[in-house]
Design a protein around this ligand. Structure first.
Ligand SMILES: Nc1ncnc2c1ncn2[C@@H]1O[C@H](COP(=O)(O)OP(=O)(O)O)[C@@H](O)[C@H]1O
Ligand SMILES: [Mg+2]
Length: 177
């Protein structure tokens, strides 16, 4: 069965939340379940942003804006070709989500939440990533929950990944094809 919106505006699911919460894991599983391409939001960062985070320095908003607009533009390009997608992006603040929502697609957020302790232990378990655990506290300080007028769902990410994905699909009224 096709997802309800497939004949209409292509959908972009943005899996959001702090580093280590499980965005990449959840988004890859969502992509496999829906058969939609997946993009890793981290791969849109400039080298200077990666260098800054690797040094343990939080990004300033002026560093984030070109990153967010390139994710937004990629979503628009895919949607113009009729393609729904799944993409990860921390999108911690409302203002960052407003940029992403500018994509010419039906943009829906899946904001993953977990306690700072759980996320901290997941970050330690994650390998080969430029973001050091020392930046975690600043991520939790910056975090703004989805607001009532934002399309999307907030999902507790403390359950196993397949449970998280099943909940997200149900809450977004999407089904496996
Ligand atoms: N729902 C989950 N339950 C348990 N461990 C998880 C879950 N989601 C992700 N993980 C693990 O947590 C770590 C960080 O996950 P990852 O998807 O890389 O997070 P992010 O992309 O948000 O930084 C990885 O080791 C991953 O296997
Ligand atoms: Mg990731």
């Amino acid at each position: 069965m096709k997802a309800r919106n497939e004949q209409e505006t292509p959908v972009a699911i943005i899996v959001a939340g702090p580093a280590g919460v499980g965005k990449t894991t959840t988004a890859q599983l969502l992509s496999a379940r829906l058969g939609w391409p997946f993009a890793e939001g981290d791969s849109f960062h400039s080298q200077s942003n990666i260098d800054r985070m690797s040094r343990g320095e939080p990004l300033a908003d002026r560093d984030r804006i070109p990153w967010l607009t390139s994710i937004r533009d990629w979503i628009s390009q895919q949607a113009e070709a009729g393609q729904s997608v799944v993409v990860t992006c921390s999108a911690l603040k409302r203002g960052y989500r407003d940029i992403l929502r500018g994509a010419r697609a039906d943009v829906r957020f899946v904001q993953l939440t977990a306690s700072q302790d759980v996320v901290g232990s997941r970050m330690t378990g994650r390998s080969g990533h430029f973001m050091p655990s020392s930046l975690l506290a600043s991520q939790f300080t910056a975090l703004e929950a989805l607001q009532p007028d934002e399309v999307g769902v907030c999902i507790a990410a403390e359950e196993p990944p397949d449970v998280v994905v099943t909940r997200a699909l149900a809450a977004l009224d999407l089904r496996d094809p």
